[in-house]
Design a protein around this ligand. Structure first.
Ligand code: C5P
Length: 222
């Protein structure tokens, strides 16, 4: 059985999910968005007024958090205690919250266990911050996507405008910087390029360019 596992890591707004979705479609494999899992944990804490900065409180409440992933027409739906929160977790504030709760080891352990279970069964492309370094250390292909911070901010800004939300480019850039800093400097599984990952700077690449480059790497390795 030829199982294809693709690990994609990188900072916020580097284009991970867009690229991962394209690869999933083209290779007819599953796309797992691990950020959605950390976001769901954060959402639970926020809705229950738990202070995200107090690790003990977050870890205690973690026992009440049940996350389930389901696919409907190839689209990942995430359920938090049986409520479909796929849309709710996209808010900027939930992303910020996810960056806080993801620093706590018990939170990471719970998520990583689920992620590794999923990878046992099927071919997939998984994106996040620690996929190549911790979750799927023997992935067939590891990609580290990066781009200039202002370009990443601009992409987020455009996404928000498209959704009809208002946004301030400089505020978004500051939030991205802060989130990257937290993700790269945390103690457990910080955001870092795996030694065997292929680095792609997408600042000046179109989506098609990036997909094409990754496919070439995959074909080389198969
Ligand atoms: O990718 P996304 O913006 O949805 O991720 C939200 C946050 O979740 C990240 O800023 C990061 O702190 C955390 N995360 C993580 N490990 C992953 C995926 C996401 O720590 N594998």
């Amino acid at each position: 059985r030829d199982v294809l596992t693709i690990a994609i890591d990188g900072p916020a707004g580097a284009g991970k999910s867009t690229i991962a979705k394209r690869l999933a479609k083209d290779y007819k494999i599953v796309y797992v968005d691990t950020g959605a899992m950390y976001r769901s944990v954060a959402l639970y804490m926020m809705e229950h007024h738990i202070d995200l900065d107090i690790e003990q409180d977050v870890v205690e409440a973690l026992e009440q958090v049940h996350i389930r992933i389901e696919y409907k027409d190839q689209v990942q739906h995430i359920y938090l205690n049986e409520e479909d929160v796929t849309q709710k977790i996209r808010q900027q504030s939930v992303g910020e919250g996810a960056s806080k709760v993801s620093a706590y080891l018990p939170v990471r352990k719970k998520m990583v266990m689920m992620q590794q279970e999923m990878a046992k069964m099927t071919s997939l492309v998984m994106d996040g911050r620690d996929i190549g370094t911790h979750v799927l250390t023997d992935a067939k292909v590891k990609i580290f996507l990066n781009a200039d911070v202002m370009i990443r901010a601009k992409r987020r800004y455009n996404e928000l405008l498209e959704k009809g939300e208002s946004a301030d480019l400089n505020v978004i850039a500051d939030e991205i910087r802060e989130r990257d800093h937290r993700d790269m400097n945390r103690e457990h599984a910080p955001l870092i390029q795996a030694h065997d990952a292929h680095l792609l700077d997408t600042s000046k690449m179109s989506i098609d360019d990036v997909v094409h480059a990754i496919k070439k790497i995959i074909e080389m390795r198969r």
